[in-house]
Design a protein around this ligand. Structure first.
Ligand code: SF4
Length: 291
């Protein structure tokens, strides 16, 4: 078991516990697979996290520094200028809090469900009329110039921007439907590595709709309050793996418990949070059914 993974979370961080918050990624998990969401948030056992994508993280960090320079100076970033986006990075003392995806983020207490929703935004820009524009940084390496996100698995990226738009609106800000991804694409079209990666950075627009967010909160609350295990997604690699293991063991006449280390229940002081960057580039694994 890696140091990243604690299979039994301290109940204080589960639904109903003092520390529980509904993060943007948990909303996404609910929409992928209500069963996994329920087992994670209500029963306290999450899927094992992926390992951190450190290169994506480095790109995020450098982009943040670069945009912060323009934030401090009140100037337009050349990328925004190149795409004709008349906006500057928002200079607000709460930016660091809103960007803290692990502990804080932008939060809103949704009174009808009694849930606090939160999410850590990458960046926020502001246009001449004071309206906010939600911006998310992405990094990848693929052929061609990235100018739109049209794959089915990009739906999660779109929901990400939409939840942030919703959160800022609930906090009283005027937010444009139009958001952007700052996309850094590492080129493989070079003779050698030579100790460096070269990126093409594009600004990809997206018009979000947030009308699905509140109905989803009610559905999600109903799921959490139910005593029944919700249905599982049908195309999940995790459950396909579990099923394959059970079939192999049964075929070989072996018993899982003779080879599996015991998991000691242990008090965990802090929530084990999946590294944000592990979900940056690849889609979440689609979610078969074994539970
Ligand atoms: S189908 Fe996948 S996502 Fe759903 S409960 Fe099983 S492991 Fe979790």
């Amino acid at each position: 078991m890696s140091s990243y993974y604690k299979p039994h979370r301290n109940p204080g961080w589960n639904y109903g516990g003092r520390e529980w918050r509904l993060s943007r990624s948990k909303i996404d998990l609910f929409l992928e697979c209500a069963r996994c969401f329920y087992i994670d948030n209500k029963l306290g056992t999450a899927r094992p996290p992926g390992f951190p994508f450190n290169l994506n993280s480095a790109v995020d960090e450098l982009l943040k520094k670069e945009f912060d320079t323009h934030r401090a100076a009140g100037t337009q970033h050349p990328l925004a200028a190149a795409y004709g986006v008349d906006a500057v990075p928002l200079n607000d003392p709460r930016m660091d809090e809103w960007r803290d995806a692990l502990k804080r983020g932008i939060q809103y207490y949704h009174k009808p469900t009694g849930m606090t929703v939160r999410g850590g935004v990458d960046d926020v820009w502001q246009d001449k009329e004071g309206r906010l524009i939600i911006v998310d940084y992405k990094a990848t390496s693929k052929d061609g110039k990235i100018e739109s996100l049209d794959e089915e698995w990009h739906r999660g990226y779109k929901r990400q921007i939409e939840v942030y738009q919703w959160l800022f609106r609930q906090n009283g800000f005027q937010v444009l439907d139009l958001g952007y991804w700052v996309y850094a694409n590492a080129s493989k079209d070079r003779a050698a590595f030579d100790g460096k990666l070269e990126f093409e950075v594009t600004l990809v627009p997206y018009v979000g709709t947030t009308d699905w967010v509140e109905p989803t909160l009610f559905e999600l609350k109903k799921c959490l309050d139910s005593k029944e295990l919700p249905p599982a997604a049908t195309d999940c690699d995790y459950c396909t793996y579990r099923r394959a293991v059970e079939e192999s063991l049964t075929k070989a006449g072996l018993v899982m418990s003779s080879h599996t280390p015991t998991i000691e229940p242990q008090p965990v002081k802090k929530e084990v949070i999946r590294p944000k960057v592990a979900q940056k580039e690849e889609p979440h694994e689609a979610t078969g059914q074994l539970f």
